[in-house]
Design a protein around this ligand. Sequence first.
Ligand SMILES: C[S@@+](CC[C@H](N)C(=O)[O-])C[C@H]1O[C@@H](n2cnc3c(N)ncnc32)[C@H](O)[C@@H]1O
Length: 285
Amino acid sequence: MATRATAFRSAWSQFRDLQLESAELDARLILCAAAECSELSFITDPDVELTSPQLKTFETYVMRRCAREPVARLLGEREFWGLPFALGPDTLDPRADTEVLVEAVLEQVGKANGRLNVLDLGTGSGCILIALLRELSHAQGTGVDVSAGALRVAALNAERHGVGDRTNMRPGSWFQALPETSKKQFDVIVSNPPYITIEEMEALAPEVSLFDPPAALVAGVDGLDAYRVIIEGAQDYLSLTGFLAFELGAGQFDAVSALGRAAGLRVLGGRDDLAGHKRVILLGA
Ligand SMILES: C[S@@+](CC[C@H](N)C(=O)[O-])C[C@H]1O[C@@H](n2cnc3c(N)ncnc32)[C@H](O)[C@@H]1O
């Protein structure tokens, strides 16, 4: 039999040997999930033995992590904006940097808490839209994704976080997913679209390249394909005072600014992430 402490040490050592960046944290999260205990209980009671089903679960988790599956995927959940989001094989694993996009939208919206109409293009797990609707209690939201599997997870997350009745999930490609009647209706169009180049895809960590869905990552030779389509359609769907907010890949601010200007939009601002990359751009009429 294994105790919590011996199981943890064994996982930590295997992860270290594989040079996983967060070996200690991953081992702790996996141990606590498999042993069904809190981190505090693990610290205070390290000698409790794992039951045999717990040990089996633990060994499966360790094996999957050694095959480079991210901990959030094997536990089926990622925290974003302080909320747990269910993940599925068709959803991107939300990144902490994307919270900068949520912050930028909220700042641009300001104190207005009226009947805002928010569109999230490429909603994935729904994390951006749901975070916004939680903050903007009178807003309505539409989430679009080309992946039906992702939309199912997004709808479950919206229900789970109490915004299901203000959310409409629509399958399809960008604006093609929307009815004619939604033209000029959106006060905010937000998107974290795919923005990785085909070349960059080859250099991604296995945690990303093997487990995030390719449709969530790659956007053509220069990584700008999705921005082009969305910027081109945005004027038709934005309300008179509406704005467009994008997450950007590193180094894409100037190119996306130029695409926006060419389509008659003004750059309203940008935001850096914690690493100092221009991570967000805001565009408006
Ligand atoms: C980078 S992921 C973002 C997911 C989520 N919004 C997030 O921030 O975690 C991009 C999303 O765009 C979706 N997508 C890709 N191409 C699309 C298209 N043509 N139309 C609609 N959604 C698309 C993918 O399925 C994926 O969910």
